[in-house]
Design a protein. Structure first.
Length: 201
């Protein structure tokens, strides 16, 4: 059995190809909010220069009674572009990671999806080090994103929420803001520059 995922019209689409040519397509709509937080995904944001940034994710299972075997994080169209997985090993070899780029033409969000190879994240445990680079197209600094915990067998959304900024020493936080400010000073946003060029033509 082969498995693939694509992103169509705001949905995660996982397609299963069985022997004999039978195809099963299942859809999971991206969540936006959730009152329950048995799972928390922390993100640490690092400026790489210019409009290029990197998220590092740490997935915590606080009270989720099942193992976390698969999670997906969405990247809003119009705010993110040119996603790239940069996860080191570990944890890379223990997870099947895929990306879908935000699509401005179809106005669909992109996503980062990670499926465990072996045992998932048990209650009281966490998995850290998932990394995604991206171009930031927004006005302020990159922030929280919607995520979901999926059942890889049924593709049901088991939990959802928004990522949280990882706690860090005050000095490091201030340094990061200073670096971010320096990297953005004096730069024109590529999308705005293109729009200005078209308007002047």
């Amino acid at each position: 059995m082969l498995c693939s995922k694509v992103f169509i019209g705001g949905f995660v689409v996982r397609t299963l190809f069985f022997v004999g040519g039978v195809v099963s397509i299942l859809l999971v709509a991206p969540p936006r909010t959730s009152a329950e937080e048995p799972v928390v995904i922390y993100h640490h944001t690092v400026p790489l220069g210019g409009d290029r940034w990197e998220y590092t994710y740490d997935v915590h299972n606080h009270a989720f009674i099942l193992h976390i075997d698969e999670f997906v994080i969405w990247f809003e169209v119009g705010r993110y572009a040119n996603l790239a997985v940069t996860t080191p090993d570990p944890p890379a070899s223990g997870w099947d990671q895929i990306l879908a780029q935000p699509d401005p033409l179809r106005q669909t969000d992109g996503f980062f999806d990670a499926l465990v190879i072996g045992d998932g994240i048990a209650v009281g445990q966490h998995a850290a080090g998932f990394r995604v680079e991206f171009d930031w197209l927004g006005e302020a600094l990159p922030g929280s994103q919607p995520f979901a915990i999926l059942d890889p067998g049924t593709y049901q959304v088991l939990a959802s929420g928004m990522t949280r900024h990882a706690p860090e020493p005050a000095g490091l936080g201030l340094l990061g803001l200073a670096v971010a400010a320096l990297t953005r000073t004096g730069r024109r946003h590529p999308a705005r520059a293109a729009a200005a060029t078209r308007a002047a033509a």
